[in-house]
Every structure is written in structure tokens, then in C-alpha cells.
Design a protein around this ligand. Structure first.
Ligand SMILES: Cc1cc2nc3c(=O)[nH]c(=O)nc-3n(C[C@H](O)[C@H](O)[C@H](O)COP(=O)(O)OP(=O)(O)OC[C@H]3O[C@@H](n4cnc5c(N)ncnc54)[C@H](O)[C@@H]3O)c2cc1C
Length: 384
């Protein structure tokens, strides 16, 4: 190992992201997390800083940075506004998918408007009858001489209400499982598409939506990769997306723990700051340790991605561990605040509700453990 830390450039980038978050995201942030629309103008400002094209190569309008730098942006923005962290995460999937399997025309068409914040993206895999078992999707794309006709329903889609297009795996061979899936870029203003909002307990501004497709005509050039390759194109993106989500929720937890530390130093009970009581300070010490462990796991997964090394196991470990330690840290941070932490006056109760969503988004703990076990013991020991 040649070093164990961030480069000078990455540290500079962290400061830039932190300053931007304080300047642009902090004002109005507490109100924003309770609303069910992430403001487009804010996404535009995030894009103007280059955050929506961090890992997109510069020839297509991006920053051409590495995955660790992407993680730094996500963590820092999420400390102030996790919606911004997610907004930065989703286009990274497009980058990876188009670089791996997209044509030059597709890259030239889709990358620049996404990096500029003109086209907002979402990833639409889940369907009402299946989430964990992603190969069981039923939305179909039927081929004819003019392209495809898509029909079906996607649900639980983050940014689904405001996105301009969806990255969408659908079945081109409904009789097959994973090998029947193809991957499309679907503009969401096409005739035959409608959407509706899912009123969730948290994760609100990034709008969980259902997307309905009724004979939606799509040109064949909107397919990424070959017919039947879509499942593998999508699954390949989860390795980084899972780490992005893990760092997002860690950012939320780190902010909560920082709040708990400040509060514990100034709140007194029995004639002293509550920070002096081990019942409080040990909780803080324990959560800081868990969060740091999860954080290091995330950055190691991204570092492996930057080396071009396999990181499926590390990504699944990150996505399992980070939401668990984050939810626990936020819960105890709330309790350290006493009743004020439970009230809507403080941001922590909302953070707790938001963080629980991360335990499911992009795969539950059970599915992550199945992946980790498969990577450790081999595919022949999978349960299916
Ligand atoms: C906040 C949030 C954001 C989301 N964003 C998106 C998005 O942007 N795009 C998108 O496509 N989807 C999104 N999802 C959907 C998410 O990926 C699914 O909710 C998740 O994969 C679980 O699928 P499910 O809800 O259908 O539950 P199911 O798959 O029905 O699972 C139900 C329960 O059974 C357990 N289970 C299932 N199979 C097994 C097994 N083999 N072994 C053990 N336990 C098992 C699960 O762990 C879970 O606890 C989001 C979800 C949430 C909560």
C-alpha cells in the first residue's frame, strides 16, 4: 500500500464541497427535507459546481475524477442535505453504464445535459411485485420495425416525480429471467407514461414515485448494450451505487452525531454538562467508531473501483453496514437531545426517518448478506 488517506487534490475537493454545502444547501434545508419535491434550481446549482458529472469523462462535459472523489462529494453534501448526495449518486450509474456498454453517439447525447443538470435521471428497477428478486421484473419491451413498445409499472423510484428520464431494465424476453432483461434510457415525457407520488415516512424531497408505461414507443438506439444483457449492465452499476448510498446515509449520521456532541457539551443536568456522563460520552465514542469503520469500508470499495479491482463484496458490506450504524447513531443522537430531539423543531427526528429508507433502497440487509456470502463461498452455495 502506498498511502492511507486522501490526496491533496481530494482534500481540496472536500473543502470545496463542504463550503458549497454550507453556502447553498444549508439555507432552507430543514424545510426542504419535509417537502416532496427537490427544487430543480438547486439541482442546477449542484450541476454548475460540476457535481453531477464528477466521474463523467471531460470530453463529455464531466470532471473526469475518480470514484473516491465522487464519494467525498456525496459524504460532504449529505451532511447538510442527503437529497444532494443522492442527486450526485444517480448520474454516476449512467456514467458507468454508458462507458461500459454505451455507444459513442449515446455518450455524446446523454452525458452533457446530465452533467449540466438539464436532464435529471432516475434508476427504475423495482416493480410492485418484485424488488429483491430483480430478475423477476415483468415490464416488457416488444420489438417491431420502429423500435420497442414498453408496457408495465415501476415503483419506489427515487427522483421518479421530477426525473426527465429513467434508466430502466425491462424484459425483451418475458419467458427468460435475468437473460431476458435489456436496459433502456426512457425519456419520461413520452406518450403513454404517467407517474404518481408514494407518500413515504421519510426520503421525501427525492420523491418515491410509481411510473406507469402503457405502450410507450422507444427507439432502438435508447438501449444500452445488447438485448438480454441488461441485467448484467444494471447489476454492474450497483457495485458503486451501493457505496454511494452508504456514504449518503453516513453523511446524515455524521451530522447527527456532531449535533449530539455540541448539545452534550452545552446541556447541563445534575450541575454538569451531560457530556461528562459516561452514559452519554461512551455512546458518542461508540457511534463515532462504528461510523468511521463503515466510512473506511466505503472508501476502500471506491478505491478498489478506481484500481479496476473487483469490489462487489466490499460494496455489499458497505451497503449493509452503513445504514445499520447510521440508524443506530442517529437514534442515540436523538436520545442525547432528550425531548427536543424528538420534536420537529430539530432535524434529527426527520433524519431518523430518512435513514431507515437507506436500509432498503438498492437492496436490503438480507440481500447484501447473500451477496457477501456468495462472494466468500462461491455461487454454488447461493439459496437459489
Ligand atoms: C427509500 C427507498 C428508495 C428506493 N429507491 C429506488 C430506486 O430509485 N429505484 C428502484 O428501482 N428501487 C428503489 N427502491 C426499492 C428498493 O430497491 C426495494 O424496496 C428493495 O430492493 C426491496 O424490495 P421490496 O421492497 O420489493 O421488498 P421484497 O423484495 O418483497 O422483500 C421483502 C422482505 O423480504 C426479504 N427478502 C426477500 N428475499 C429474501 C431472501 N432471499 N432472503 C432473505 N430475505 C429476503 C427482504 O430483505 C425484505 O425484508 C427504493 C426503496 C426505498 C425504501
Amino acid at each position: 500500500m502506498s498511502g492511507f488517506g486522501f490526496s491533496e487534490e481530494q482534500e481540496m475537493f472536500r473543502r470545496t464541497a463542504r463550503d458549497f454545502a454550507q453556502r447553498e444547501l444549508a439555507p432552507g434545508g430543514k424545510e426542504r427535507v419535509k417537502q416532496d419535491r427537490y427544487p430543480r434550481e438547486l439541482l442546477k446549482r449542484i450541476a454548475d459546481m460540476g457535481f453531477l458529472g464528477i466521474v463523467t469523462p471531460s470530453e463529455y462535459g464531466g470532471q473526469g475524477a475518480d470514484w473516491v472523489t465522487l464519494g467525498i462529494a456525496i459524504e460532504e453534501l449529505s451532511k447538510v442535505d442527503y437529497g444532494a448526495g443522492l442527486a450526485v449518486s444517480v448520474p454516476a450509474i449512467l456514467s458507468r453504464a454508458l462507458l461500459a456498454r454505451g455507444s459513442e453517439e449515446m455518450r455524446r447525447k446523454w452525458f452533457p445535459p446530465v452533467a449540466k443538470g438539464e436532464w435529471i435521471s432516475c434508476l427504475a428497477v423495482t416493480e410492485p411485485h418484485c424488488g429483491s428478486d430483480a430478475a423477476a421484473i415483468k415490464t416488457t419491451a416488444v420489438r417491431d420495425e420502429d423500435g420497442y413498445l414498453l408496457s408495465g409499472e415501476k415503483t419506489s423510484i427515487t427522483f421518479g416525480m421530477i426525473a426527465d428520464f429513467a434508466m430502466m431494465p425491462v424484459k425483451t424476453d418475458p419467458m427468460a429471467k435475468a437473460r431476458g432483461v435489456s436496459f433502456f434510457l426512457v425519456p419520461l415525457d413520452l406518450p403513454g407514461i404517467t407517474r404518481s407520488l408514494i407518500p413515504d415516512m421519510g426520503y421525501k424531497p427525492v420523491t418515491a414515485a410509481s411510473i406507469f408505461l402503457d405502450n410507450v414507443r422507444l427507439p432502438a438506439e435508447n438501449r444500452i448494450g445488447g438485448e438480454g444483457e441488461g441485467f448484467y449492465v444494471v447489476m454492474g452499476q450497483f457495485d458503486v451505487l451501493r457505496v454511494c448510498l452508504a456514504l449518503t446515509v453516513l453523511g446524515v449520521a455524521e451530522a447527527s452525531l456532531e449535533d449530539a456532541i455540541s448539545y452534550a457539551k452545552q446541556r447541563t443536568a445534575f450541575g454538569q454538562p451531560i457530556a461528562r456522563f459516561e452514559g452519554v460520552s461512551f455512546k458518542i465514542a461508540e457511534h463515532a467508531t462504528w461510523l468511521e469503520a463503515a466510512r473506511l469500508l466505503c472508501y476502500r470499495a471506491l478505491w478498489l473501483a478506481d484500481q479496476g479491482s473487483p469490489h462487489t463484496k466490499e460494496a455489499a458490506m458497505s451497503k449493509w453496514l452503513a445504514p445499520v450504524v447510521a440508524v443506530n447513531a442517529i437514534h442515540d443522537s436523538l436520545l442525547i437531545h432528550g425531548h427536543v430531539g424528538y420534536s420537529e423543531e430539530y432535524p434529527i427526528e426527520q433524519r431518523l426517518r430518512d435513514a431507515i429508507g437507506f436500509e432498503m433502497a438498492d437492496g436490503t440487509a438480507q440481500i447484501m448478506k447473500m451477496i457477501i456470502a456468495r462472494e466468500l463461498m462461491g455461487r454454488e452455495f447461493r439459496p437459489y
